[in-house]
Design a protein around this ligand. Structure first.
Ligand SMILES: Nc1nc2c(c(=O)[nH]1)N[C@H]1C(S)=C(S)[C@@H](COP(=O)(O)OP(=O)(O)OC[C@H]3O[C@@H](n4cnc5c(=O)[nH]c(N)nc54)[C@H](O)[C@@H]3O)O[C@H]1N2
Ligand SMILES: Nc1nc2c(c(=O)[nH]1)N[C@H]1C(S)=C(S)[C@@H](COP(=O)(O)OP(=O)(O)OC[C@H]3O[C@@H](n4cnc5c(=O)[nH]c(N)nc54)[C@H](O)[C@@H]3O)O[C@H]1N2
Ligand code: SF4
Ligand SMILES: [Mo]
Length: 699
């Protein structure tokens, strides 16, 4: 009797998105994945996923998927490869890594990874590999540093009110995030609150996004001025009697100092900085003051600036002034990272980690590969790399340097990938990777509170292998320090981690699909005190000494000593000047996820072409016509793309949505040619939305 293929199966979305949706995978009669839906029985996903994942079959069965290991035969980057067997590829990689180690020391090998999959096993096993060999470590700085640091500076902990409570709020402030594009489920719960309770939705962004179009009130401010807005809002709250003094006295550190400090931070003061009318600031402050059940949903976007940590901390402070933390449907949420408390020691092998080994900053990859001694932390050059789950030739800042670095003939690069990305094109060896439906893993939601199983639901084609296979096979060939985790399958790892974290077993999770780890109300709302030792919310952060989750060992970075003591506008952004009159924000595109999905036809069609959006009055002054091909540049480089005139952008600001393939640009250079990599204070991070540029019609 032949077995009938299943009609559906559950999984979890592996992509780098706070929503981490619970998925319901539908198959056709031949057992091929057909349509991906959101799981209806998961309270956060609530049956909704984004369009790009709904049509996952396009990515899974894409004709351009990598299927065989490849070896470079042409010059670096010219795209000529020949096939070789897995064994031959792994042996060759081992030879080259050992050679680099012999000649330049183990730290000349730099395993480099990021969050193309958020699976804890497939993403993080690379740490076990690096620690077992003493290879260079990586300081993660692409994404979360300023946001997490700023939030934790206030709360003392990276966790907040149950994200589903948005649905019982009377007012939701969506600040510096564009959830319609970047985390669709926020909208599900916000719209539910509006439908059921008439909740008001307020959105703060630097242009009129799709999210703002759905809001009752939209504030379009200049990039990097969020702290000024937050300060003026708090000024009004104190001035007009909206501050909850009982709460402030019990739960916060320096409320009186904050009140007097804010006396000069009037709506007029903020209007001049943000470009918002003072009356609009007054009105929003009054609404926030009069509605106790105000839920602040604070995103990443507004923290991708040189003053981003300060901006996050200031926005987060508003909820402490009104005391909205006390109420169901109130408080400020950013990410729930701290609630999971997982024992990942079998995956990551921290016992093998040597703290003396350097941790190279992932955003500085361009400088590192081109031999910048400061970026190399005065250690040996990087001679060999294993890259998994990331596409630095597109997503990393300072692309001119990144390109020059990867073009080095003396750099041996291995890229384990699903597609022939720009980074894979620069590789010496390309290894084909499975997609999430073809391997087992486990995921935690940043924007919610579930720990979720993402089991393998289809067989991989012959060729692609999962990350942990590459990690464990290389460990064997490289004479690594032994570690029990290096002989375990993904399922073994999941089971071990669950058991050692007090969350049952893999078998239990297979039956349950996910575990709801939402702390109780008292904990999530900090009713028993905030996460700092004194139990208070800190208006006066210990910048430079605080225990931010991304805090590296060693000293804080950037001009951290100049950070303001109390919430304030901090003028350290890359300001416009006569040569660079515009401020560029490289916001995400709805149909791409970072550089993922930019290989799918449907996503490219929806997005159109690489563009820069400019206000008509400002374009006219610069002599730029709607639809014109323009050059946009600064000291880091120049890109060529089309201009579109829109009146929905903040003054002096231009927007370029999405990480398009580099080849979609006229001169083959992607948007990160223009962005800078220097670490933001106090714990690093790349200021992707903080770039001064000039724009001219291309001749
Ligand atoms: N469709 C899609 N979804 C994604 C991604 C994607 O690329 N595409 N990326 C994923 C990843 S890795 C992450 S980390 C999350 C991030 O998701 P978000 O938290 O939404 O952060 P960003 O995507 O960086 O930017 C969000 C918004 O911030 C705005 N912004 C930029 N500068 C400022 C500012 O100074 N002030 C204010 N108020 N707003 C500002 C931008 O215009 C943008 O609309 O999204 C994930 N989801
Ligand atoms: N200009 C600009 N640049 C940005 C941003 C921005 O807003 N503007 N956002 C930044 C942010 S927030 C982030 S997080 C980074 C993200 O940057 P990346 O982490 O590089 O994310 P992706 O571009 O999605 O690339 C992930 C790659 O991993 C591959 N992949 C997926 N799953 C697997 C797997 O299981 N195994 C292997 N081996 N490979 C896999 C995918 O095919 C894809 O090519 O980009 C940053 N860059
Ligand atoms: S919204 Fe985010 S988590 Fe959900 S399916 Fe889309 S990419 Fe995945
Ligand atoms: Mo990110």
């Amino acid at each position: 009797m032949t077995q009938q293929p299943p009609k559906s199966a559950f999984s979890a979305c592996p992509h780098d998105c706070p929503s981490t949706c619970a998925l319901d995978i539908n198959f056709d009669d031949a057992g091929r994945v057909k349509r991906v839906n959101g799981a209806k029985d998961n309270a956060y996903t609530a049956g909704v996923v984004c369009a790009k994942v709904a049509r996952y079959a396009e990515r899974l069965y894409h004709p351009d998927r990598l299927m065989k290991p490849l070896r470079r035969v042409g010059k670096k980057g010219d795209g000529r490869f020949e096939e070789l067997s897995w064994d031959a590829a792994l042996d060759l990689i081992a030879d080259k890594f050992l050679e680099a180690e012999r000649t330049f020391g183990a730290q000349s090998v730099w395993p480099y990874h990021y969050a193309g999959t958020m699976g804890l096993v497939q993403r993080d096993s690379i740490h076990r590999f690096r620690h077992a060999k003493g290879y260079s470590r990586q300081f993660d700085s692409f994404c979360t540093n300023m946001a997490w640091t700023g939030y934790v500076a206030g709360t003392g902990k990276l966790a907040g009110p149950d994200p589903r409570e948005m649905a019982v709020s009377d007012q939701i402030v969506i600040w510096g995030t564009n959830p319609v594009a970047t985390q669709v489920n926020v909208m599900t719960h916000a719209i539910a609150a509006r439908k059921k309770r008439g909740a008001r939705i307020i959105v703060v962004d630097v242009y009129r996004t799709e999210t703002m179009k759905q809001a009752d009130i939209g504030l379009v401010l200049k990039p990097g001025t969020d702290a000024a807005l937050a300060c003026a809002i708090m000024h009004v709250l104190f001035r007009d009697g909206f501050a909850d003094w009982d709460y402030l006295n019990k739960y916060t550190d320096f409320p009186n100092e904050l009140e007097s400090h804010l006396q000069q931070r009037t709506p007029d003061w903020a209007a001049a900085i943000t470009g918002l009318p003072a009356a609009e600031i007054e009105e929003v402050a009054r609404l926030i003051g009069s509605e106790k059940k105000t839920y602040f949903r604070l995103g990443y976007g507004f923290t991708r600036s040189r003053n981003g940590a300060v901006g996050m901390h200031a926005a987060c402070s508003i909820a402490a002034v009104t005391g909205s933390w006390q109420y169901e449907g109130g408080g400020a949420f950013h990410n729930n990272g701290a609630i999971y408390e997982l024992n990942k020691s079998m995956i990551e092998a921290p016992d093998l980690k040597d703290p003396q080994t350097r941790a190279l900053d992932q955003s500085l990859i361009g400088r590192i590969l081109t031999g910048d001694e400061a970026a190399l932390l005065d250690g040996p050059p990087v001679k060999a790399m294993l890259i998994q789950n990331t596409n630095p030739m597109s997503v990393a800042p300072e692309q001119e340097l990144v390109r020059a670095g990867f073009a080095r003939e003396d750099l041996f690069t291995v890229v384990h990938e699903q597609f022939m990305t720009e980074t894979a094109q620069m590789a010496d060896i390309v290894l084909p990777a499975t997609q999430f439906l073809e391997h087992d893993d486990i995921y935690k939601g940043g924007g919610h509170q579930y720990l979720m199983l993402g089991p393998k639901v289809v067989e991989a084609p012959d060729g692609p292998k999962e990350n942990i296979f590459v990690i464990n096979e290389l460990a064997k060939r490289l004479d690594s320090k032994p570690h029990p985790g290096s002989d375990m399958s993904a399922r073994d790892h999941i089971d071990w981690m669950l058991r050692h974290s007090g969350y049952g077993t893999l078998e239990d999770l297979e039956a349950q699909k996910w575990i709801d780890l939402q702390p109780d109300f008292q904990t999530a709302h900090y009713v028993n005190g905030f996460g700092h030792a004194d139990g208070k919310f800190h208006f006066r952060p210990d910048w430079g000494r605080s225990s931010a989750p991304n805090k590296p060992e060693g000293d804080p970075m950037g001009p951290w000593q100049a950070m303001p003591d109390l919430p304030d506008q901090w003028d350290v952004v890359e300001a416009a000047d006569v040569e660079h009159p515009f401020r560029l924000v490289t916001a995400p595109a709805r149909s791409f996820l970072n550089s993922s999905f930019n290989e799918t036809e449907a996503s490219r069609k929806k997005e159109g072409r690489p563009e820069v959006w400019i206000r008509p009055d400002e374009a006219e002054k610069a002599g730029i016509a709607d639809g014109a091909l323009v050059k946009m540049g600064n000291r880091r480089g120049v890109v060529t793309l089309h201009a579109r005139l829109v009146d929905t952008v903040a003054p002096g600001t231009v927007i370029s949505e999405g990480l398009w393939p580099n080849e979609a640009f006229r001169d083959g250079k992607g948007i990160n040619t223009l962005t800078g990599a220097e670490p933001v204070a106090p714990y690093g991070g790349a200021a992707f939305h903080d770039t001064a540029v000039w724009i001219r019609t291309a001749s």
